[in-house]
Design a protein around this ligand. Structure first.
Ligand SMILES: NC(=O)c1ccc[n+]([C@@H]2O[C@H](COP(=O)([O-])OP(=O)(O)OC[C@H]3O[C@@H](n4cnc5c(N)ncnc54)[C@H](OP(=O)(O)O)[C@@H]3O)[C@@H](O)[C@H]2O)c1
Length: 278
């Protein structure tokens, strides 16, 4: 397959480049500054030149807290630009793959969210990503992959904890009352390729197996690194971040399992591979 990836130098884009090479697919990647997805004419030109089988949009305004004060910009990138990608995909006869997020849910659930549960975002970022889902659904052929709590190359929770430990921290204060699915960009990239190879369309949840609070995630990072540090739980209110976050955003990956035939590995296993890769 010929894959065109936008946001190709982000965490998922970089992992997709490796996964595509391993699976024998052709990959062309674009990121800022050479291709801004809000420039729909440039997007159309790039897609027409590459004639991809799938246009995979990994580009996003991912600064969840900054989006609260900058929702118009976040919406331009996460919502309006996706409409341009959908039009370009249709013109090229390509499948549009839009990466979305657990933050489209409000977190009030008491069991893992399924693909057909009604979204109800509580943050600006979540609202703009939901707008992106709506825009992606306008493409004749589309696949929306919702994922969560991503860690790979770049800025992410694992890197942030590691940086604090490397700086000699012996006590970390980490939110204990939000639960989600830590997910390794490498495993998500493999999941996207597997879904493409299976001809999947519609919405699919793809996350590493299991769930954790941020504190449990931090405890496991500390344990795997063999460092002596205490991880003290704090509440979401104590953390006082600008953007509200869902208290519970575990995603049900049954549809993924049904299509691909297996779950992604447990997040603890994924974390071990990530730490070994650094
Ligand atoms: N990270 C998470 O925890 C998480 C969780 C759930 C879902 N997701 C979704 O997963 C996808 C991939 O996330 P990620 O963590 O790989 O993101 P990332 O590391 O932030 O990468 C996003 C890439 O898109 C680029 N970009 C930003 N605005 C752009 C524009 N207007 N045109 C073209 N490129 C642009 C960024 O460039 P700059 O760095 O120069 O801005 C960056 O290289 C996103 O759709 C995100 O919403 C992420």
């Amino acid at each position: 397959m010929r894959l065109l990836v936008t946001g190709s130098r982000g965490q998922l884009g970089l992992a997709l480049q490796r996964a595509a090479a391993e699976a024998g697919h052709e990959f062309s990647g674009y990121d800022l500054p050479e291709l801004d997805i809000t420039n729909s004419a440039a997007v159309r030109g790039a897609v027409a030149d590459a004639r991809p089988d799938a246009l995979i949009n990994c580009a996003a305004y991912t600064a969840v807290d900054a989006a609260e004060a900058d929702e118009a910009r976040a919406l331009a990138v996460n919502g309006a630009a996706v409409a341009g990608l959908a039009a370009a995909a249709d013109e090229a006869g390509a499948l549009l793959v839009q990466i979305s997020t657990d933050f489209v849910f409000d977190g009030a659930a008491t069991r893992p969210y399924r693909e057909d549960d009604p979204p109800h975002p509580i943050s600006a970022y979540g609202r703009t990503k939901l707008a992106g889902e709506h825009a992606a659904r306008r493409a004749q052929r589309h696949l929306i992959v919702r994922t969560a709590w991503l860690f790979g190359d770049g800025a992410n929770f694992v890197a942030a904890i590691r940086r604090q430990l490397d700086a000699g921290a012996t006590e970390l204060r980490v939110v204990g009352d939000q639960r989600g699915c830590p997910t390794y960009a490498t495993d998500l990239a493999g999941a996207v390729i597997a879904l493409l190879e299976a001809g999947t369309e519609g919405i699919v949840h793809a996350v590493n197996a299991g769930s954790a609070s941020w504190r449990e995630f931090a405890v496991e990072i500390v344990r795997q690194l063999g460092v002596a540090a205490e991880v003290v739980p704090i509440s979401t209110a104590d953390a006082a971040r600008p953007a509200p976050r869902p208290a519970y955003s575990v995603l049900d990956a049954s549809r993924f399992r049904g299509i691909v035939g297996a779950d992604l590995p447990p997040w603890q296993d994924a974390l071990a591979r990530r730490l070994a890769a650094e």
